[in-house]
Design a binder for this molecule. Sequence first.
Ligand SMILES: *[C@@H]1O[C@H](CO)[C@@H](O)[C@H](O)[C@H]1NC(C)=O
Length: 842
Amino acid sequence: MVWLRTPGLVALSGLLTARSTLGVVFGPIGTDRPAPAGGSIANDQPPNSFFQGSAPPFPTNDWWAGYGAGNGDAVVGGPFPYQSSLTATAIQFGISTQRGFDGTSIHQNPQTDWAAGFVEHDGNIQNHKALSWDSQSVTVQYFTGTSTLTSYLVPGSPYLTFNYANSTPRFTSGQGAITSFAGTALAAGASATVSATKFQVINGAGTYIIYSLNGAISLTATNAGVITAGATFNGVLRLVKLNAPGHQALLDQYSANYPRGVATDYDFNGNVGTLRFTWSVTGNAANLLMLTWPHHRLKLQSPNYPPTTSLSYLTTKGYMYPAIGNVWNLRYDLPTITWNAPRTPDASCRASLIAGLEYEIAHLPAVTAPGDFYFFGGNVGAVSRLALIAEHVGRNDLVTPVVAYLKASFSFFFNSTSAVLPAYETAWGGIINKAGYNSVWVDFGNGYYNDHHFHYGYFLAASAVIAKYDAQWLNTYRSTLNWFLRDIVNPSRNDPYFAVTRCRDWFAGHSWASGIANGAGPRDQESIGEAVNGYYGALLWAEVTGNANIKNYARLLIATEQHAAQVYWHLYPGANGNDRDQPYPEQGLRNLVTIGNVMDYQAGAWLFWGAQKVQIAAIQILPVTPINEYMYDATWAQAVYDYTQGELNDPTFGDEWKSVIYLAYSQSNPAVAAQRSTSLTTWGTGNTFSNQLYYISTRANAANVCTSAPSNPIGNFYIQSTTNNAYVATSSLPNLIASTTDQTQAAQFNFAFAPNAGTIQAISTNQFVTADDSGNFALSAARATASAWEVFIVRQKQGAATGVYSILAASNKQYIGLGAGNSLINNVATEAASTGFRLVAV
Ligand SMILES: *[C@@H]1O[C@H](CO)[C@@H](O)[C@H](O)[C@H]1NC(C)=O
């Protein structure tokens, strides 16, 4: 392990400015060696020689993960404003000059402007390594014999810094010929040698400035594209992209002070958290020039900003602008919500909510061995909410079966005979789905550290609920669940088994879902709702285990992730594209309302897996838990609702996506959200009817939102078509055919409650009526248990006589009509065209 930069060392070096107070870095959650039921296993994509001399745990999701994974040659997004990659001999870097908007995404594809190396390097790929790393930066060293080049790759520094020792600096153009060097135009075949402390060099990328911080250096530039020092050098050279001549003054003024790393700490004062970055500086720390992103500027306390005209770089997160000083204090209001919403469900919703809870708890899916982590997690997460909601409405009797269900579900993870098991991965250090140690196709790459905060957030939230009601279970499994907690929110370098806060990029202000698969290519995060939930799970687990520090840490992680959602994922068509803190100047992008995937080199309204507007928006919203009322601001929620309106009104789009859009919209208009939610018949893996109604009914302005909630008729009925006045006949079962006018020949059906709808069960056979989602087949009483296709919405038919009903199949959201031979079939698009049915009491 490398321990070169700790907050303590920074403090000792006296670099803190007078006004700052030293924050804390929490100690480890645990230091015990993880021993999950799946045992230990080494990943088949281990770290490369970049980590030579260091021992795991290694960072897996950091912006620079590509240096240490695979061949180590991935192009990585950073240190921003630069993108970079490591070759066997040099550090390549550049700033994308091509920003494009293709109608879906903005992208700034990486480019190599220059490569920094030294003449003596022998080209051995093993001869560079990570000298150290910290919460944001990595120090890379190239070496051969006694010659070294050390570079402090620190996000936010406008300059790249290259510290040479006994080595001959060499910079190689990645953008064609050098056309000008130190004021001398270079024709083809020409070269120029200049001794100075500052040089301007122009190649196809534009202008860079080279500063020497250790006296004049003699550099020879060839038009062919190479700059080489005349002799070995001991000292620091800095390169910086000069975007405009007017930027030179500021860059000159602050070029002498360079960051070597950064300490990230925090302090908590009630419900305010201050996130602090303190860069360790060589030179004058107070005169450190760094660059800010929009999310920094919205939170930075007492900033010292030069004019935005004095320096700027356009990146995928918008314009970076300068700030002076080596300490940043970023102030966040922290969430105060824990288990449940801060308001009681509106009285108008209470009866429906309790009926829904009773139904959903009685119809919990069968406990089965997990087939994976992700969908298992989504399910237990959603089920666990039912217990909390039941407690909130005073139905503690309903808590017990939920807890029993959750315990039975989790028990598979504690039993080494299970097929899907957590294991401790030893090459990098973390808990993985063991089955995925060699396959990116298992659990979306969990075995390669993709999506851990998504997956483990669900585990932690659900297990916190078990523990809330079962102290013995908590005692038994505390350390086991702490391994998942440590995997995603370990705050400390003193945990010998886990990387620090694996997914969080503190400078970027949010998390990355990407791990080390396939050489750790571009970083992305596609589901910021699930990222927030990851830290919410941590918060609940910390709450139930009484870990006040980790609870505060989780609150800070939630506040920062939710803020990033609002700045970089939520798009506001009405925003001013020229606003200083608007990351996306392109109106066309902002009209798309929601970013689907924020990557390091692009951001756009698309997903890896779906192209519907409701999908792109929903995956940023879900899972909907009480903590998210801070995240869905009313302006954005309204914009999402308006933007997706066409799909919301189209029955071919899935209820599972619509449901969470209505939930976000309830922040703006709970009455309409409640009304629209009455049409839902499925809620997806991670949501339920009860959670839907609970969230809406606990909004601040939810008074009377449920007064008109309609429901199916309940009881035993004959079904009579008003088209031919015929009843569904007993003789036709299992098919439903309206073929007899003799009531004694008619089949009896039990109509029972299901949330927003109901089931229809043939009494003589005990079989539930099912509707195939193709709409090509007659309804059939052919299912022993009722699930999604056995649910129907039965309502007074508009415009028909009282007591005449339309029937809508949940499976395909089509109405029932009479088909061939008077069979009942779910293939009618509109209620008006559908058959009216009388329900004649038995
Ligand atoms: C583990 O699972 C096996 C197979 O289902 C079962 O027979 C055994 O009882 C389980 N062990 C425990 C401790 O639950």
